[in-house]
Design a binder for this molecule. Structure first.
Ligand code: F6P
Length: 493
């Protein structure tokens, strides 16, 4: 069952016309939450379109999500990441709080010297067990970081060597982050880190390991003492897990108080979506815009550009959040979807991207809704000149995409009427980042509800994992296609 009938309408009026028709459009389609301005006015959203959304279906699904009902039926699970920030059933909220206290106690012990003189942490994890912590530390820990943090995700010896070279084995803790504690890349890299500690003569290498997992028994089996296992609930999905103990390296580097502010910022969005009218619900509005372009107007991609180096990891974080959640072909009731689901999300940082890919955005033939994310306050040594120019450029791009320019020469013509959303943070602090990330989570959820799909499973990643194991088995290898067999031989495997 999908709730997409609201899209059945004539093509939208050009953006410039929408502004002419409604002198209040710039404010009518801009919303504020937690020190962030979400400006949708340069998209083709209209009040009529928002009015037609099946708000009841969304509200019912949101209620089920918050109540901890089985909203992920293919895995028979609830999705309880909201409980990590205090939104959910009393039991789930209490359990999450208890696990945060456990994380705080471990951080206190590290600071008190229980593990000797610790100066850094090697965080090993992949996908949702790495992208969130990496974003948090990179965005918020540029100037003040109490501990060095290296995030190691890839099963690539070069990546292992580089990460280890930046750390001192004598003063490093190794955090092994894996929800399942079965992920091949993470376990292989954990072995490499253990060998590194052993070779450096660390007396008790296992004593330097911390596990972050929803399968604590597997971490104990691996050899990690139960006192250094930070559990989280199996109902917290990997790509939604940065609020849980998966956020450990960020909480360690930035301080537990900062981590709690992050959670508070996220909770603000949970409250917002539960309380406001559908037509003022910021994530729901954004999701309607996403569907208008992808499902209604055939846009295959959407692009996010961070006009702030501190948010350079945001596009890759969002790629997992959005594409692993809503890149689906089956509806919740097990039928094939009857149209496009998630758009492909891509992006980069401004202004770099202006000198690389923006040509296509301005004059190419694809419809690509663009999203700009920027921070009004710069907080860098080069202020105000650099930051000012960064913001001026960002604003110029949105205006140019919309206005275009008719030059009479096709080569120099800018068609205009190209949509963009601008998300402007007053400042980049833990609370604002929490609000920003939770906005994207709720937007992804709202899109899934309207599409009638399950955003909380990810079976699409399993076949490749299985085949990677089979390809290493000489007998199973023979069953592979001729191209793959030839490449195996060429690679000398
Ligand atoms: O393979 C995809 C995936 O399962 C993601 O959903 C997840 O975030 C990542 O792998 C890591 O999984 P784990 O935390 O269990 O190691």
């Amino acid at each position: 069952m999908t709730s997409l009938s609201f899209l059945a309408d004539a093509p939208p009026a050009p953006l410039q016309k929408l502004f002419e028709e409604d002198p209040e459009r710039a404010t009518r389609f801009a919303h504020d939450l937690g020190g962030i301005r979400f400006d949708f006015s340069k998209t083709h959203l209209t009040a009529d379109l928002l009015d037609r959304v099946d708000a009841a279906a969304y509200a019912a699904a949101l209620e089920r999500l918050v109540a901890g009902e089985v909203i992920n039926p293919t895995e028979g699970r609830a999705a309880e990441h909201l409980a990590e920030r205090g939104t959910g059933s009393p039991d789930a909220v209490a359990l999450a709080a208890q696990r945060h206290s456990r994380m705080r106690a471990l951080i206190d012990a590290i600071e008190a010297g229980a593990f000797g003189d610790i100066t850094g942490v090697l965080h090993i994890g992949i996908g949702g067990s790495a992208l969130g912590p990496a974003l948090l530390v990179d965005a918020l820990g540029r100037t003040e970081r109490r501990y060095k943090v290296e995030i190691l995700s890839n099963i690539d010896g070069q990546a292992v060597d580089s990460a280890l070279a930046r750390l001192d084995p004598a003063t490093t803790l190794v955090a092994i982050a894996s929800k399942t504690f079965t992920t091949a890349e993470t376990l292989r890299n954990a072995d490499a880190a253990l060998a590194w500690l052993e070779e450096a003569g660390v007396e008790d290498p296992y004593g330097r390991l911390v596990a972050i997992t929803a399968a604590p028994e597997k971490a104990v089996e691996f050899g990690i003492d139960e006192t250094r296992v930070l559990p989280f609930a199996p109902s917290v999905g990997g790509r939604y897990s940065l609020w849980s103990s998966i956020g450990f390296p960020a909480a360690l580097a930035l301080g537990m108080d900062a981590f709690e502010q992050l959670l508070e910022g996220a909770a603000l969005v949970d409250e917002h979506v539960a309380e406001v009218a559908p037509t003022a619900n910021i994530p729901l509005i954004a999701a309607v815009g996403d569907l208008l372009y992808s499902r209604g107007l055939g846009a295959e991609t959407r692009a996010v550009f961070a006009y702030d180096d501190r948010l350079r990891l945001l596009p890759s974080y969002l790629q997992q959040l959005v594409m692993e959640s809503n890149g689906k072909s089956a509806t919740l009731d097990g039928k094939a979807v009857d149209g496009a689901t998630s758009a492909i999300l891509w992006g980069g940082t401004g202004t770099d991207a202006q000198h690389a890919v923006f040509q296509l955005l301005h004059q190419g033939t694809h419809l690509v809704p663009v999203e700009f994310v920027a921070v009004a306050e710069g907080n860098d040594e080069q202020e105000p000149t650099h930051h000012r120019e960064l913001l001026l450029n960002m604003l110029a791009q949105g205006a140019a995409l919309m206005a275009g320019r008719d030059s009479g020469d096709l080569h120099r013509n800018y068609p205009g009427n190209r949509p963009s959303t601008t998300i402007l943070l007053d400042d980049l602090d833990p609370a604002a980042l929490g609000t920003l990330i939770a906005f994207y989570e709720h937007r992804t959820f709202a899109e899934a509800v309207l599409l009638g799909i399950n955003p909380f499973d990810q079976f699409g990643v399993e076949l490749g994992k299985e085949m990677a194991r089979a390809i290493d088995d000489p007998e199973a290898r023979a069953a592979f296609d001729p191209s793959t067999r030839a490449l195996i031989e060429r690679a000398g495997l």
